[in-house]
Design a protein around this ligand. Sequence first.
Ligand SMILES: Cc1ncc(COP(=O)(O)O)c(C=O)c1O
Ligand SMILES: N[C@@H](CCCC[NH3+])C(=O)O
Length: 421
Amino acid sequence: MTLNAPFSYQNGMLHAEAVNLEHLADQVGTPCFVYSKQRLQDNWWAFDRALQPIPHLICYAVKANSNIAVLSILAQLGSGFDIVSGGELTRVLTAGAPANKIVFSGVGKSIAEMKQALEANILCFNVESEAELTRLNQVAGEMGLKARISLRVNPDVDARTHPYISTGLKQNKFGIAITEAPSLYAKAQQLPHLEITGVDCHIGSQLLDLAPFADALQRILQLVKQLEQQKIQLHHIDFGGGLGVRYREEEPPEIVDYANVLLEQWQNLPYTLLLEPGRAIAADAGILLTRVEFLKNGEAKNFAIVDAAMNDLIRPALYGAWQRIEPVFVADTPSADPLCYDIVGPVCETGDFLGKDRYLRVNEGDLLAVHQAGAYGFAMSSNYNTRGRAAEILVSGHQWQCVRRRETVEDLLALESIATI
Ligand SMILES: Cc1ncc(COP(=O)(O)O)c(C=O)c1O
Ligand SMILES: N[C@@H](CCCC[NH3+])C(=O)O
């Protein structure tokens, strides 16, 4: 028997982390998410290196994986952060990141969130509507402060990704139409409690093509020229995140090729380039470990019923996403042919599956690893069916540490009370 390295990737590279996953799963219990410190760092450095020729700030998209230990690893590298809520702001500051590297995206910022971010003195609000602009100006004024802003511009390019995670089209709720941006910038310039500092854009997630990026940047740079003519002073251009990763047979661009497409158009612009990558930094730095509870041979299908469910990893149920699932132990000389299974969880939904039609050699009690689970895994988990959320483990070399313990039922019930009315 050989133990698979915890992070053996599709490209055949074995990762340096060397923790025995069986021992870890025995001690922590399953399901649990396991993150590689080294891989997080390597991914962040790959962006940083690729953008070396120009002034830049990588603002990791916290929504992808907001564990405080993950954030603090990136903060120590000098990362900036893209947040979308007051909660994420608190996490990032708790992780020790400086507020002046934080940008705040999202279409529905509340007054309380605006106040929190103004008090913290974040780098920039990415404003997504005229109404938000008005509200932010008022809130900042009441606090006797000025809010630094970018307008998030919707360039109307088709990112050619899943419709739920495409954000740069006219019909999406995000951003301000590029055609309306010059007049809204002119308005922002008149508002006394705002300070224009940049332009922002994000066209979608899990992008596998460079063309939409190139297209969007071209449109943004045209807008920037127009704003220069309007004498609007910019300091940065925030080009969002969205670079895809390989889940199955996709061929996402390398980080360096993605950066080169941006650099080609950038030339010698006198601005700082901000990027907001999430998935490309966190996805392949994490796996979800789950144990087979039962094997069930139905009339039409075989099921491997595992102890992780859609509440732990919702991407398969929500987007029909495919993530690689494989046993942690692989026999050197397999004794039987693999069987075709649906890998399903205990949640009472037919949509509760982690994978369908997977050929596996498994037995009850076996440990499985779901790959590419470092991004939009735990961060999108829930307590559906009153299931406590999984533990999160960070591994570094031969060491591991529990960076979020498993939720107990007491944790879940603590917020509720028996009705007395
Ligand atoms: C505004 C914004 N920035 C950054 C991201 C991160 O995207 P990704 O994880 O695809 O890099 C997202 C998510 O799509 C987003 O909405
Ligand atoms: N949650 C999505 C990505 C959403 C990106 C956020 N704007 C996913 O798992 O693919």
